[in-house]
Design a protein. Structure first.
Length: 391
């Protein structure tokens, strides 16, 4: 009989780990809140990365050349550290001036920072979370000016570089050191943004007439095409790509109404479909889509109810990974000061499932559970032995 009880208890514990992943709790928290200007958050796996800056002049929007550095936050133990302080390649970290635009893939982070004291001279660095090592990424051009807009995915780094008043785009394989030119300065384009997933890069460009266009580059085939957009629009910006879907925000005029509308482009069929009027800033992960509408941030599962995850005065959507979303907003500023001072913080939102809750309960309390089971079994055996002794 004692074996039956033990088996039943163990089976009950295993059953908890197989509960379907139904939303049970929504957790929204500020990540390492501070009086600084925290911006441009991104997330991959257990790590959140963002730019932290000092607002020296108390401006509502901080100047790009204010002192700034790159922060990393481990979701598992809530530890946060400054990775630029560990960058010995920049010389004395106490006097360096400006770090910008972090991106993360796996345990690797890339960011740009001032290299020689000249604010136009920026260098691209890679930081390994596991080893805590930092090294400079050699860029193709001999001039380091304006090395902005960079991405990392797998063993590829895509980045832009400004020369002759035009910003061109390159692709670097940091494993073998090979380069490709994606958009050349001799073309009718100037690049102002990139999004990347797996073997596809989506490129936001301005043509010589100042018009917005979107290009799609396939790394495997080294081919490029233009994403065709119809209608009366003034701006079109690709904000995300996941799988075969590209999220595009289009500022267009329909029936004399000019507003941002969100679309999804299928790279396999070439079809551009309206996702939602009045929405913009799409981020896609599997079946989840995050977006901004009316100043609020929403998350939706395709075909299911939309959930509001933030509603404050101002916020900017940052990144999505699995069921976790990061963004920046100034709600702490208004709570602390009652105004719109430049106290921006990074926030994260996690949709905790019953499956995760059961797993956490067992992981965090397995000793207690083992003791309870032991006490129950010992008590049963003692009662059974007592009864047998009376016979």
């Amino acid at each position: 009989m004692s074996k039956i009880i033990v088996i039943m208890l163990v089976a009950s514990m295993l059953l908890l780990t197989t509960i379907p992943a139904v939303a049970e709790e929504i957790v929204i928290k500020s990540v390492d809140p501070s009086p600084y200007y925290d911006s441009k958050p991104c997330i991959y796996g257990n790590y959140i990365v963002w730019r932290r800056a000092i607002n020296q002049n108390n401006n509502e929007f901080i100047e790009l050349r204010e002192p700034s550095w790159i922060m990393v936050h481990d979701i598992r133990d809530s530890k946060t550290w400054n990775i630029t302080a560990e960058n010995k390649l920049m010389g004395n970290p106490d006097i360096y001036y400006h770090a910008e635009s972090p991106e993360i893939y796996g345990d690797k982070i890339i960011y740009e920072a001032q290299g020689s004291g000249n604010s136009w001279d920026t260098r691209l660095y890679m930081y390994n979370i596991s080893s805590k090592d930092t090294w400079e990424i050699p860029l193709k051009s001999t001039s380091y000016a304006h090395g902005h807009h960079h991405l990392i995915d797998s063993n590829w780094i895509a980045y832009t570089h400004k020369e002759s008043c035009k910003r061109q785009a390159y692709l670097l394989n940091y494993e073998d050191g090979s380069y490709r030119t994606i958009v050349n300065k001799s073309e009718n384009y100037s690049v102002y943004g990139l999004v990347m997933w797996d073997n596809n890069i989506v490129i936001n460009v301005l043509n010589n007439s100042g018009g917005h266009e979107i290009l799609l580059y396939d790394i495997d085939s080294a081919s490029r095409k233009t994403i065709h957009i119809d209608g009366n629009y003034s701006k079109a910006i690709a904000t995300t790509i996941y799988g075969g879907r590209v999220g595009i925000s289009i500022l267009e005029t329909v029936n004399n109404i000019t507003q941002w509308n969100a679309y999804i482009y299928d790279i396999y069929t070439g079809h551009l479909e309206l996702f939602k009027n009045g929405a913009y800033g799409l981020l896609i992960w599997n079946t989840q889509i995050a977006y901004v509408e009316g100043g609020n941030i929403y998350l939706t599962e395709l075909g299911e109810e939309t959930i509001i995850i933030s509603s404050v005065r101002r916020q900017y959507l940052g990144d999505i990974y699995n069921n976790e979303i990061v963004w920046m907003d100034n709600s702490n500023s208004e709570a602390n000061y009652g105004d719109a001072r430049d106290d921006w913080d990074v926030f994260m939102r996690k949709q905790v499932t019953t499956q995760e809750i059961a797993h956490d309960i067992i992981s965090d309390n397995w000793i207690v559970i083992l003791i309870i089971i032991t006490v129950i079994v010992i008590g049963y055996l003692a009662r059974r032995n007592g009864k047998e002794g009376m016979i």
